[in-house]
Design a protein around this ligand. Structure first.
Ligand code: NCD
Length: 360
């Protein structure tokens, strides 16, 4: 199985070996970052961003241009035909006739899967609501591997908004491939939803950073995702819950990695920036070589021959009921077919948004 022509919608679309292969190619891209490369000359990337972005969109565009390819797209959904009522399926079918690969970000969970289901070209998920953000995860893994060599044996603290933070959901799915201990540091209302807890990973929930900081190898901080709260008062109750600053870091290991997908609001103080433990700006920069590797592999300019692909789904899929999650693309885009994985006699898991529900 080759990565050429495939889409990346959720972390488990790629096997552990394929993820590592992307990271290995990213290492080569990183070494050659300032060489003029032409391996994607003649190819076009379309960026379709229905939500704000700085790093993800610009690092994809930079990656494509560094490999000699061209870029088209929009960064403001109000300038696309979505405002006229165009469906995601039609938008995807039109964009793919103008480009060779599509990168999409959209507020609905499962929205980028809809685009991939209707397009025949590779589609990359740059964030689908509060669900997943798999290319951020590749960047996060690359950052940890470059600093620490290996993830196995590490204690990783995930801090902040674990409920709506899509970068954390994807990262956790990937951590299932390693022997790590995960500490979920969040107030009770922002703790990790059960559906994002990967099987086989040791996960402990705590509320205070101070309680676990001395043991951590990685502290992955996230912004509280204000835009995803159904109710503003719920956000007001938890905003500012965490603030990592230089004084707090005195309790941590000297080789701790403080990571953040960015943008930060107030959860990491500026006085952490000069500390050698601050890894977040380097992490953002690694988005370019990682996305260069991904584009080169999906567009068949780099080989993935011999790398084993993911196992096929073990359980059957049923095409009812429609997903009840109001933020799921299957619910909102009425023409999409429900795709429910049979995870138990009465348990179903929506393949768009991962919601688990009981039927019958
Ligand atoms: C994140 C996102 O969009 O999910 N940003 C990013 O892509 N680096 C994190 C966030 O918005 O908080």
């Amino acid at each position: 199985m080759s990565l050429a022509g495939r889409s990346l919608i959720r972390v488990d679309d790629f096997s552990a070996a394929e993820m590592q292969h992307v990271l290995n190619v990213a290492e080569t891209m990183h070494q050659r970052l300032h060489e003029r490369q032409t391996m994607l000359a003649g190819s076009i990337l379309a960026t379709a961003f229905f939500e704000p972005s700085t790093r993800t969109r610009l690092s994809f565009e930079s990656a494509m241009q560094r490999l000699g390819g061209g870029v088209i797209g929009f960064a403001d959904a109000t300038t696309s035909s979505a405002v006229k009522g165009e469906t995601l399926a039609d938008t995807a079918r039109i964009i793919e006739s103008y480009a060779d690969v599509i990168v999409m970000r959209h507020p609905l969970e499962g929205s980028v899967k809809v685009a991939a289901d209707y397009a025949s070209k590779p589609v990359i998920n740059a964030g689908d609501g509060g669900h997943q953000h798999p290319t951020q995860t590749l960047t996060d893994l690359f950052t940890i591997q470059r600093a620490r060599g290996d993830l196995n044996g590490l204690q990783i603290g995930l801090c902040g908004d674990l409920r709506f933070g899509r970068t954390v959901h994807s990262l956790l799915a990937a951590l299932g491939h390693y022997q790590v201990k995960v500490l979920c540091i969040a107030p009770p209302s922002l703790q990790l939803p059960e559906r994002y807890r990967p099987p086989g990973v040791e996960v402990e929930q705590v509320q205070r950073v101070e309680d676990v900081l001395p043991d951590l190898d990685v502290l992955y901080v996230t912004r509280i995702q204000r835009e995803r709260f159904p109710d503003a008062s719920e956000y007001e109750a938890v905003k500012g819950s965490y603030r990592i600053d230089a004084a707090l870091l005195e309790q941590s290991k000297p080789e701790l990695l403080v990571m953040h997908p960015l943008p930060r609001v107030d959860e990491i103080a500026y006085n952490v920036d000069p500390d050698r433990r601050a890894a977040y700006f380097g992490q953002a920069a690694y988005g370019v070589p990682v996305r260069m590797a991904l584009l080169a592999l999906l567009l068949d300019a780099e080989s993935s021959a011999g790398v084993p692909g993911p196992a096929p789904l073990a359980q059957p899929v049923e095409h009812h009921p429609r997903c009840p999650n109001p933020d799921c693309a299957n619910r909102v885009e009425g023409y999409t077919e429900p795709q429910m994985l049979l995870v138990g006699p009465h348990q179903r898991r929506c393949l768009y948004c991962d919601l688990e529900l009981t039927v019958g």
